[in-house]
Design a protein around this ligand. Structure first.
Ligand code: JFZ
Length: 433
C-alpha cells in the first residue's frame, strides 16, 4: 500500500528513479526536509580547543597519544550551556546543528561504553554535552547531526595506518576489524541514546582511501536504527550507495577552489561546509574573519545552486562562543528574518549561478538575488515561464520589467550601501496555464 505522501515524496525527489526505489519514504522525506532547511550551524569542539590551534593540533604539533591523553584530563568546559548555543543557532536562523562527536584525535565528546577515552569518564567535567545539546535542540525544534571521524589518531586498532597520525607513538600493530566494530558500537550508541537525529556526518575516509571501510554494513546499521537519519559523507567523491547528501568542503557545489572536492555533482542534495575564519576548531591566532556580506553571499550562492550552507564555529575551551562568531551569526539571522523566504524551502532557480548573483525558486515564484551588479538594468536569459509581476522582496515595491523571447530585463532601484543582496521577486505563470 503506497500512501499519497510517499508518492509525493517520490515525485518531488531530486534523486533518479533507480535510487528512489531503494530509499524508503521516511528518508526521502528527510532529504526534502534537508533541502528545505538550507542553513545549518557546524560546531567543532573538543580537547583540541584547549590549545587554540585548531582541531589538527595533535597531528601538527606531533603530539603522542599519551601527551594528548594528559591534555584531555584537563578538559573542563564549565561555562558550556546548551541553551545558549541553541538560542544562538535559532537567532542565526539555522535549522540544524552538526557537532563533532569524535574528531580525528579519537576523543569521544559523549558518554560511551566503547572506551573510557570520553568526556564523561576521562575529564573532570563528567557531563555529556551532546546529551544536553540533543535535549535542548529537541526543545527548540532544531535538528541535530553528529559529525563522526572515521580516521582516528589514538585508537591502537586503526591499523594499518593511513596518511596521518603516524607520529603518535602507537605500536605498529592492530586489528582493523576491531576498529570497525568499535565504530559501529559507538554509532549504535549515538543513534540510540540521543533521540531522533538528523543524521551522521562522516569524515576521514580520505586518510585511507583504499581501505575496506565496510560502508555497506555501517550504513545499513544506521538506517536500521534510524530509518530517517541521513548519511552525509565528507569523502569528496561522487556519492556512494546509501548516502544522502553530497558535501563540498569550503566550496560551492561543483566548485573546487580549495583542492578537496570533486567537481562531479550527483543527484543528491548538496551541502557546502564553510569556516568563518580559516579554522574549524578554536584558533586563537586566526583573526581572518569573513565579512557578513561574504557569508550571506555564500548562503545565497549555495541556495542558488540548490544546496545548503553549513557554517562553522569553533567554541572556546570554556564552552563559550567568541563574540566575532556570535555577532556574525546574529547579523545573518537579522538578514534572514527579512529575506528568509527567498532562501528557506527553495530550490535552484531557472538561471544558473552567475557572477552577479543567483536565482532560487519556490513553486511559481522566482527570487533573483543580485549580490553585485553596478548597473540599474539587469538582463536575464529566459526563466522558463511568463513573468506576471516583478517586485522588491523588501517592502514589496513593484519593478518595471520587459519580457522577450531572449529573456527578462529588470529595472533595479538604486542600491543601498548596506544591502548585501537585492532580492527581486518574480511571480510567474507556469507553462501549464
Ligand atoms: C576535514 C577535517 O580534517 C577537518 O578537521 C574538518 O573537520 C573538516 C570539516 O573536515 O577536513 C579535511 C578533509 C580532507 C582533507 C583534509 C581536511 N584531505 O583530503 O586532506
Amino acid at each position: 500500500m503506497i500512501t499519497l505522501g510517499a508518492v509525493i515524496a517520490l515525485c518531488q525527489s531530486t534523486t533518479g528513479a533507480a535510487q528512489a526505489n531503494d530509499v524508503p519514504p521516511e528518508r526521502l522525506a528527510a532529504r526534502q526536509w534537508f533541502q528545505d532547511a538550507k542553513f545549518g550551524l557546524f560546531i567543532h569542539w573538543g580537547v583540541y580547543s584547549l590549545l587554540g590551534q585548531g582541531e589538527w593540533v595533535m597531528q601538527n604539533r606531533k603530539m603522542t597519544g599519551s601527551e594528548y591523553e594528559w591534555l584531555a584530563t584537563t578538559f573542563n568546559p564549565t561555562k558550556f550551556d546548551a541553551r545558549a548555543w541553541v538560542d544562538l543557532a535559532r537567532a542565526a536562523g539555522v535549522k540544524y546543528i552538526t557537532i563533532t562527536s569524535r574528531h580525528h584525535d579519537g576523543f569521544s565528546m559523549f558518554k560511551t561504553a566503547a572506551t573510557p577515552y570520553n568526556i564523561v569518564d576521562w575529564t573532570p567535567f563528567r557531563r555529556d554535552p551532546l546529551k544536553e545539546l540533543a535535549d535542548e535542540c529537541r526543545r527548540q525544534g532544531i535538528k541535530l547531526f553528529f559529525y563522526y571521524s572515521q580516521l582516528d589518531w589514538h585508537h591502537p586498532d586503526y591499523w594499518p595506518r593511513g596518511n596521518t597520525g603516524l607520529e603518535t607513538g602507537r605500536p605498529a600493530r592492530g586489528d582493523w576489524n576491531t576498529y570497525l566494530n568499535f565504530m559501529d558500537r559507538q554509532l549504535t550508541e549515538l543513534l540510540t541514546h540521543y533521540g531522533p537525529l538528523g543524521g551522521i556526518w562522516f569524515d576521514g575516509m580520505w586518510d585511507k582511501p583504499d581501505a575496506d571501510w565496510r560502508l555497506p554494513q555501517t550504513y545499513a546499521l544506521i538506517h536500521r536504527l534510524q530509518p530517517a537519519a541521513l548519511i552525509v559523507p565528507n569523502h569528496h567523491k561522487a556519492p556512494l550507495p546509501g548516502e544522502d547528501v553530497q558535501t563540498f568542503e569550503q566550496d560551492l557545489p561543483g566548485a573546487n577552489t580549495a583542492g578537496f572536492n570533486t567537481t562531479e555533482i550527483g543527484a543528491l542534495p548538496t551541502e557546502t561546509s564553510l569556516t568563518m575564519n580559516g579554522a574549524w576548531g578554536f584558533n586563537i591566532t586566526d583573526r581572518n574573519y569573513k565579512s557578513v556580506s561574504s557569508l550571506v553571499s555564500t548562503l545565497v550562492r549555495a541556495a542558488g545552486a540548490g544546496g545548503n550552507l553549513l557554517l562553522n564555529v569553533g567554541p572556546r575551551p570554556d564552552g563559550t562562543i567568541q563574540p566575532e562568531f556570535v555577532e556574525r551569526l546574529h547579523e545573518i539571522g537579522r538578514w534572514l528574518s527579512t529575506y528568509g523566504r527567498s532562501i528557506y524551502g527553495t530550490r535552484a532557480g531557472p538561471v544558473p549561478p552567475r557572477a552577479w548573483g543567483a536565482t532560487t525558486r519556490r513553486g511559481d515564484t522566482i527570487f533573483v538575488h543580485v549580490l553585485s551588479w553596478p548597473d540599474r538594468i539587469l538582463a536575464l536569459p529566459p526563466v522558463g515561464a511568463h513573468v506576471r509581476r516583478a517586485s522588491l522582496l523588501a517592502g514589496g515595491a513593484p519593478l518595471a520589467f520587459s519580457e522577450t523571447t531572449a529573456g527578462v530585463t529588470l529595472t533595479l532601484p538604486a542600491r543601498r550601501q548596506d544591502e548585501y543582496d537585492q532580492v527581486i521577486v518574480l511571480e510567474t505563470t507556469s507553462g501549464r496555464d
